[in-house]
Design a protein around this ligand. Sequence first.
Ligand SMILES: Cc1cc2nc3c(=O)[nH]c(=O)nc-3n(C[C@H](O)[C@H](O)[C@H](O)COP(=O)(O)OP(=O)(O)OC[C@H]3O[C@@H](n4cnc5c(N)ncnc54)[C@H](O)[C@@H]3O)c2cc1C
Ligand code: FES
Length: 298
Amino acid sequence: MADPTNHANAANPLPVATVDDVKRINPLVPMKARVTRIIEETSDVKTFCVSTIGEDGMPAAPFHTGPGQLAMLSLPGVGEAMFSATDAPDHLQISIKKVGLLTEQLHEICEGQTVGIRGPYGNGFDMEAMKGKNVLFIGGGIGLAPVRSVVRYCVDHREDYGNLHLIYGARTYDDLVFKYDLFETWPKVPDFKVSVTVDRGDDNWKGNVGFVPAFIEQLHPSPENTVCILCGPPIMIKFTLGVLDKLGFTPENVITTLEMRMKCGIGKCGRCNIGSCFVCLDGPVFSLAQLKLLPNEY
Ligand SMILES: Cc1cc2nc3c(=O)[nH]c(=O)nc-3n(C[C@H](O)[C@H](O)[C@H](O)COP(=O)(O)OP(=O)(O)OC[C@H]3O[C@@H](n4cnc5c(N)ncnc54)[C@H](O)[C@@H]3O)c2cc1C
Ligand code: FES
């Protein structure tokens, strides 16, 4: 007997869904992207420049992210994870620290290889609200990746922001990421002070030696009309918040980005929630004042 639910017949065949149809319907299906360049930042951090491509392998419409937004990057058969993305004119830059299964495999890929990408996700930094203010950036280790997207925005829209000051630290000179920005590009930007420290000095390093929070105390940045963008390992954040409080920064003017584990990125899996808030949708960027209203689960 014919299946009564099957309405297809030779004269009226059922439509066949194309890959594009599936992508339109299912936001979890990634777009194809090509890794066009890989920059070795340190022994365990690489920056991947990726551009989206169509099914025919030709360049597709650029994938744009705002400062602080995210992209889900995948390797078929291995897995996917969320990363901070920095927008460049015709591609995305994603800096990845080798810490586990997926990131180890990503570190093995070569220029020209394809990966999956979906997004952009997350609220990003409110660059409009920061207009006319001085911006103090504080980063530790790979935490400079999300901070860098904001720095680049402020540099590209220099007239909209006041004085810029970046305070950045890593374990050693070799662990400093984006050295070309830290020591070449950014020091040439007007009214942009770049202060770098390392935990342990060596023959390659002539600058400050010491942890980021102590370095901030030493530099004593003013809270006057200043927004602070803070991102780094939890221990650095913890001690830095104490110093910022002592210097007079209010919780409304300290903005950070959270790294809760994420699976879907679209508010469905419940992996990233803090109370009723979904970090993938409502964050990852929060002011300290907003975080104080949430349960301490991050
Ligand atoms: C909002 C957001 C932004 C992120 N941005 C970046 C980014 O710009 N660059 C980047 O490299 N990663 C970033 N991450 C982390 C990234 O999504 C992965 O969780 C991480 O890279 C681990 O990947 P994995 O699958 O290789 O490791 P797994 O195999 O899942 O983990 C292996 C081990 O590493 C530990 N681990 C997991 N994540 C980290 C971490 N970030 N640092 C140290 N140890 C860790 C785990 O606890 C585990 O013990 C971000 C995460 C979120 C949620
Ligand atoms: S990552 Fe799935 S709900 Fe946020």
